[in-house]
Write a protein that binds this ligand. Sequence first.
Ligand code: C2E
Ligand code: CA
Ligand code: CA
Length: 750
Amino acid sequence: MKFRARPWTLLAYCVPSLVPLAVSLRLNVATLIEIVLIAMATAFVLLIQRRIDRRGFEQDKRSDEVLRAAALLGDYERDGRGWFWETDRHGILRYITPQVAQRIGLGSDEVLGKQFTSLIAQIGKRDDEREERSLGFHLSSRTAFSDISIKVAADEERWWSVSGHPVIDEFGNFQGYRGSGTDLTDMRETQNAFQQLARYDTLTGLANRLEINRLLEQSLKGHMGKIEPCTLFLLDLDRFKQVNDTLGHPAGDALLEQVAERLQRVIDEHGTVGRIGGDEFQIVLPKLTGIADLEKLAARIIDAVSLPYIVEGSQVRIGASIGIAVHERGETKPSALVRNADLALYCAKDAGRGTFRFYEQAMHEQASERRTLEEDLRDALGRGELSLVYQPVVDVATEKIAGFEVLTRWDHPTRGRISPDIFIPIAEEANLIARIGEWTIRSACAQIAAWPEGLRVAVNVSPTQFAAGDITAVVLNAIAQTGIAPAQLELEVTESVFLDGGNDNIDIFNRLKSTGVRLALDDFGTGYSALGYLKKVPFDKIKIDQSFVRGAAQKGSMNGAIIASIVSLAEALGMDTTAEGAETHDELALIRQLGCSHVQGYIYGKPMDAAAATTLLGERGGHASAEGFQANRPLRRRIFRRIGVHNDGFCYEGLVRNISSTGAMIDGLWDVPAGTRFRLELDNRLLVGATARWSQENQMGVEFDEPIALDALGDASKFKVQTGWRDGRNGDAGGMAGASADSGARRGSA
Ligand code: C2E
Ligand code: CA
Ligand code: CA
């Protein structure tokens, strides 16, 4: 128990002890009472004094506290870190920190007496409307609230966070609100800036990968669980790298900004354009899935992007390829749609760029087939599945074999021989081309070393091989190891090498040239024919593409004129010319007449293995002999189609084996006399008159009365177009499946 030293208590304890004291001092009762009364009076006075002192002290303390609090709040208000407000029971402002009123352009007297809610902007973003409503709700339901953000009704954009609680008097009556607030404007601006950074591409201001993915996800989710259709465009710029490399990165950036503007102008309200890195863009088109509309839009985008640009004073042209994935039904993930658009984009680029493709299921199968082949190709070199074949290149004037072009072959363990047109692009993409290319160069050099001197071997070098490794070192090494003269090796490159590598590659050419090897420009005329490069790179030879040679001798063909101009260009630059793909005597005669220095084609021999080439070299003292048909036959398609063959009121069933614009080979009718007339029901839209020209057992060749358009025969893509000739399926002297074959001048065909 605590002892409390009050004067009363002291007295109460003291009085009983005074009695024995008075007795021992022999004091009388009156004196004793007097003493006690005096003591009591003194204690009372002391007590009152003490009370007064304490109350004064507490009052002082309290007023100090009040002052201190007021000062602190004043500081707080003045610093602008926070402010206070108070309303009466009708929501009328009775107090607001004066600085806050000033900050929104009003004096305290203009604000006080107004409804608190009149300071809140009515129009806000959708998210914030909800918050305003909740503020209104609190005020009318007289409940406390905290940290509600509101947009202020002020000229400049301003945001507050407010808290408040109802004030209730001692009788439980609502008296109004009292609360505090803070200014969120700066924080929101910083937040917005962060959001801008996190969601938008800093260069173009377009949505970035993250944002576009979010939008895609939102579009695919649809509204209230209802899935909505949506389309994704994946766009890749063609030849952008060239601009970047030649004009520099700032120019590349400026170009990307212009591209972004054009894209946004075309897409407008239809959807959102995003840049997902480098020169790749994605466009999300919610609700838009009509094929015709999408086709139109894609074509407009390509047209817009392909118009010339002015970048740093130079005129620049680029193109665009687009892959399109449409989502109409069911659930799907953004990643699935992106993958589909990517496959479609791949096909668009494969189709020669500057075009668009819609995703189709078959693209997946093609892609997975490609992946399997890629895996197989990785092991092909190690397993000895690659080999080389040699096609003679003949001097036109002397018919002497000047050398061989070496072409690579892949004998796949289960698929048989695969064309380089198929596996070289795979090797390029899978980064295998450097290894394969190096092996080809070494093997070709070793082979030429084994042949008589003075012969040349030409090796194809792909543009990615230039980029992938040090080609000059590989070439020098191969030459040194085999001991051939550098001029015995000729490297063939296509024009695309300039597109992919720009100026870097020109340096490599000059370095290669200084080693003494020869350089040839392959497939001339099929690419971009940037003639400027012919001046910059010291080519020794131009190879005129087969497409100019084939059919050049036919009446009305312009190809002869084109070959003539290429030859005069090459002569002016001191270069040789090789006409590629000559098949007939007519073509050979024309090539000779037009002045090509060399010729290469089936007329002098198909690609053959090294042993056959060695034999050929030994046969006529190194001379080649032209063997072939006089003229080319019309293009022939192999087809397998049952048709109605009408004759003399009867309809027979025939099986068309192959067809050209002028005739067909048909199975099914036995021993038909030459000259018999038929009407052929090629399909239900096409009935043509025809005459049998020959027959053998149940097979006959017919000639149509009028040439027909092969494309009119339904789905033309189902027919494999065959080019070349001689023994049916073979592109090489040895035979190759899936490669070039036959334009139909075989015995027994129509
Ligand atoms: P290319 O360099 O234009 O090779 C010529 C192609 O035309 C060869 O096809 C050849 O067999 C074929 N050809 C030659 N004369 C005639 C003819 O009279 N008629 C017809 N119809 N065709 C003829 P191949 O061997 O299938 O090669 C195709 C392409 O594959 C080559 O075209 C070349 O670009 C590429 N290639 C082949 N081997 C290699 C290689 O080792 N490395 C690289 N990078 N590419 C290669
Ligand atoms: Ca070539
Ligand atoms: Ca060629």
